[in-house]
Design a protein around this ligand. Structure first.
Ligand SMILES: [Zn+2]
Length: 308
């Protein structure tokens, strides 16, 4: 494998000229996936032979043949990698994401294919594990995400007595100047909420929340400041507020309304993962973002698993 520097691109047009054909896209992905050297995706062995077609490889240990796509979200995809690259560009650079109907038109695939592609990219974007506790000033907040009944397809409507029905509770923890983490939660009971916060936030951190009862008791482990929204107390002191995490929810809700119109609670964590990934990559350049998402495409998401 040659060790040419990784291609960077700051505009869509630069990316398109960086990948004039399918082989150039495959070479680029190969350079990213095997950054630390070639390995077999089936058994992990480092002894790998490369065929002259520049697309087929063979493991020296398990003797199996494979392409660079095996064991990634691209495995079994008939869509060429160049189109995947374009989809990655669009999903990483558009602040409110992209709808499958739009992606289908933009890259010339069916809507069903575009939908599946976007979910596989969300699957890649979803944080698989968290390596460190958040520190410093932390904003934690709860919200409900759920579409209005009238925006759903008729067969998806549950009918009658709505109110809170169909809405999914979501928790977010934002490290000021650092990382955002979000996810759905089965409920907003104190036990559940505090377990999540203690899981993600280092003891001793300054924790900003609203007055929701679920946060009561966190003062034992954190410098806990509660902002009383109902009393109109949005910013008590200049640093005691939850405006950061609240603007994250506002952005996410605009994405749902403006781009997707409605989304299934079943897939909500994937959409949250996509938004969170973009938020955490906000300081990176466009090309860097695309390469960063490409670097975490290991792990498959089959259609069967997606619709299950
Ligand atoms: Zn092998």
């Amino acid at each position: 494998m040659s060790k040419a520097p990784l291609k960077q691109f700051d505009t869509l047009i630069q990316m398109m000229s960086a990948f004039p054909d399918e082989q150039s896209a495959i070479d680029h992905f190969t350079a990213i996936r095997w950054k630390r050297g070639a390995f077999c995706p089936l058994c992990g062995a480092a002894r790998v032979y490369h065929f002259s077609d520049k697309r087929t490889h063979k493991c020296g240990d398990c003797r199996k043949r494979f392409s660079i796509k095996v064991g990634t979200i691209f495995e079994d995809s008939k869509v060429e990698l160049r189109k995947w690259m374009m989809a990655i560009w669009l999903i990483t650079s558009h602040k409110k994401g992209i709808a499958s109907t739009q992606l289908a038109k933009d890259i010339g695939v069916t809507q069903k294919t575009a939908w599946f592609m976007l979910h596989r990219l969300r699957h890649a974007a979803q944080a698989k594990s968290f390596s460190r506790p958040l520190i410093g000033e932390i904003e934690a907040d709860e919200t409900f995400i759920g579409g209005k009944e009238k925006n759903k397809h008729r067969w998806q409507r549950t009918g009658g007595k709505q109110g809170g029905a169909g809405k999914v509770p979501v928790l977010g923890v934002l490290e000021r100047g650092g990382e955002l983490r979000t996810g759905t939660t089965p409920n907003l009971a104190a036990r559940t909420v505090q377990h999540v916060i203690r899981d993600h936030v280092a003891p001793g951190a300054a924790l900003m929340t609203d007055e929701h009862g679920a946060f009561v008791g966190l003062g034992r482990d954190y410098h806990h400041h509660r902002v009383n929204h109902s009393a109109g107390e949005y910013v008590r002191q200049f640093c005691i507020h939850t405006n950061g995490i609240e603007s994250v929810w506002a952005l996410f809700k605009r994405q749902i309304i403006g781009t997707h119109h409605w989304l299934s609670p079943k897939h909500l964590n994937r959409y949250l993962g996509e938004m969170t990934w973009r938020f955490n990559a906000r300081e990176s350049g466009e090309g860097e973002r695309g390469n960063a998402l490409l670097a975490q495409t290991a792990g498959r998401l089959t259609y069967k698993a997606l619709i299950a």
